[in-house]
Design a protein. Structure first.
Length: 299
């Protein structure tokens, strides 16, 4: 009997030790999984855009200068994706042809992309940050963030609260042509784009880069010229967007919704939000990542 009494504290002590080790082991396992997730690049949103629709509302023609040969492909977005990796987001834009006629260090100087992000229906703006694209955004989806992708170290992030003359945030922001020769990758620190990326909607506008054009868009007129697109109007109500990220058949009606006679610009709609394919486990890991970062734990 005395032996049994003597053994009880030992059993209790062993059980407590096993419990402590199990809790610690589980915590270490979860932290390890969170680190692994944080360090792996993962896609948040991806969407293809039709090939051969670098014609705005369906009528635009390339300028006539030989720099635009073969008069197609330069501004034909075919794939857009957003991924998260450690403390950055990567925005990838795939084109069949990327040239660098002005020798920018980014590896491209012909194409321009403007990405507007909407994440809250109740705040933001429905006009473009500066005049140039000649469109209005869907009033149900005003934008909060704007990433302007241009060459010569001018790629920057703007917030809807910025005033028109603001320089934009470019700390840690990079735009580079990738080794595949057709993908532009824009890297933005997460701290410049706060909020939940699984709620984001995107307006992705592709134009031709013109240092002297309105908001750096090359303009579209009625008739194509050496440095100007044709197939639009000579007013400022036709969009200067050559390709818009949209499902098949949608771009033509959206960009064609302007009415120059009534002075009404086109109203365009965003794509997204991404369908979250995250499991409860992955959501929990994201919370652990935030917690570890707050605790200044190196991950
Ligand atoms: Ca396209
Ligand atoms: Ca398109």
């Amino acid at each position: 009997m005395g032996g049994v009494r003597h053994r009880i504290p030992v059993i209790v002590g062993t059980a407590a030790l096993i419990l402590i080790l199990t809790v610690l082991g589980t915590a270490a396992f979860i932290a390890g999984q969170a680190k692994e997730r944080f360090n792996r690049e993962r896609v948040i949103f991806a969407m293809a855009d039709p090939a051969g629709d670098d014609y705005g509302p369906g009528t635009y023609e390339y300028p006539t200068d030989s720099i635009f040969d073969p008069k197609k492909e330069h501004f034909d977005l075919q794939e857009f994706s957003v991924s998260a990796h450690r403390n950055i987001y990567n925005f990838d834009l795939a084109f069949p042809r990327v040239t660098n006629p002005w020798g920018a260090s980014e590896g491209f100087s012909h194409t321009m992309v403007q990405i507007y992000i909407s994440d809250d229906p109740d705040r933001g703006r429905i006009e473009t940050f500066r005049e140039g694209a000649n469109v209005i955004f869907d009033p149900r989806h005003p934008w909060q963030y704007f990433i302007k992708v241009v060459s010569f170290n001018k790629t920057a992030v703007y917030h809807a609260s910025d005033y028109d003359g603001a320089d934009g945030r470019d700390s840690g922001v990079k735009a580079r042509l990738q080794p595949d020769g057709g993908t532009l990758r824009v890297t933005v620190p997460k701290e410049l784009l706060p909020g939940d990326p699984y709620k984001w909607r995107y307006y992705v506008l592709v134009g031709s880069q013109d240092g002297l054009g309105p908001d750096n868009f090359r303009k579209v007129n009625t008739t194509a010229g050496r440095w100007v697109f044709g197939g639009g109007t000579d007013s400022d109500y036709d969009p200067n967007i050559i390709d818009l990220l949209a499902p098949p058949g949608k771009q033509e009606s959206l960009l064609g919704s302007y009415d120059a006679a009534r002075r009404q610009p086109a109203v365009i709609e965003p794509v997204g939000p991404p369908e979250s394919s995250m499991t409860g486990w992955e959501k929990m890991l994201d919370k652990v990542i935030v917690f570890l970062q707050k605790m200044k734990v190196k991950i």
